[in-house]
Design a binder for this molecule. Sequence first.
Ligand code: PEP
Ligand code: MG
Length: 293
Amino acid sequence: EREALKAFRDSTPRRADGTIIEIAANLGSLEEIEAALDAGAMGVGLFRTELLFMRHMHLPSEDMQAETYSALAKAFAPYPVIVRTLDIGGDKPISGIEFPEEENPFLGWRGIRMCLDRPDIFKPQLRALLRAAVHGNVKVMLPMVADIEEIRRTRALVETCKTELAAENIAFGDFQLGVMIETPAAVLVAPMLAKESAFFSIGTNDLTQYIMAADRLNPTVARLNDVSNAAVMMAIEMTARAGREAGIMVGMCGEAAGRPDLIPEFIRMGLTELSMSPASIQRAKKCVMDLGK
Ligand code: PEP
Ligand code: MG
C-alpha cells in the first residue's frame, strides 16, 4: 500500500471547484524536515516550538530561535510554515520557567496565557519569528486562545518588537498572525476572532478534550476523546463557517486532520488546509483527490 501511495507525493489535491487543499506537516524539530519533504508536505501547518525550550538547560536565545525558524522557512519556501508560539504549561518542566503548583494544569497557566504574562520569554520568540520572516513564508499562530484580548495584546507586542528591531537595525519581515481554535470559548467567539485573525487552525486534540470535558491522556474516558463525537464536529463546523464568512483560511492541525474517514467531512465544511504527521500525508492527498473524482 505504501508503494501505491507514493504516486501521490508530488500531486496537488484540489476540491471540486479547483481550490487547492494544502496537505501540510506537523513538526517538532528541524530533524523532521527531511521526512516531511519526502512525504510531499505542502508546507508546515504546525511547528511545535516546545522541544526547543525543553531540550536545553536554559531558555533558547533569540538568535538561536531565529536560526531555527529561518531554516524551517527556507526548507519549505514558497510554501508557508506555521509556527506556533510556545505552548507549555505546568504539566511539563522547563528549566528557566517556574510554574506555580496547579491542581488542573490543563485549565491553568499555559500557552498564550503564560506568554502574555512573561514578555521576557514571549518577545524574544516574536522577534525571532519576525527575523525569520525575511527567509520565507512564515505564519504565526497562538495556542489556547480563549478571548479576543489575547490576540490584540499579542499584536501590540508584535508592533513593539518591530519598532525595537528597526531601532536596532536588525532585518525583519512580517508574518500573518492567526489563532488556534482549541477551546470551546474560541469556537463561540470565532466570528469575532475571525475579524482580527489572518487564519484559524483547529487543534482537535485539545478541542475534543475541552468540548467533551474528557482528559486527553486519561484512558478511562477514551470513549469520549473522539473527534467524531457530534459536539466536536459541530464545533468544527461552526469554526469553519465563521472563517468562511470572514474570508479567512481555516485549517486543522490536530491528529484528526489525517483521518481518511473524516477528511471528506472536513473538506465539505470548507477547510482548505490539513496538517498532520508526515506518515499520513500521502494517504490524505489520495483521500482528497478521490473526492474530486
Ligand atoms: C491540538 O491540541 O490539537 C494540537 C494540535 O496541539 P497539541 O496536540 O500540541 O496540544
Ligand atoms: Mg493543543
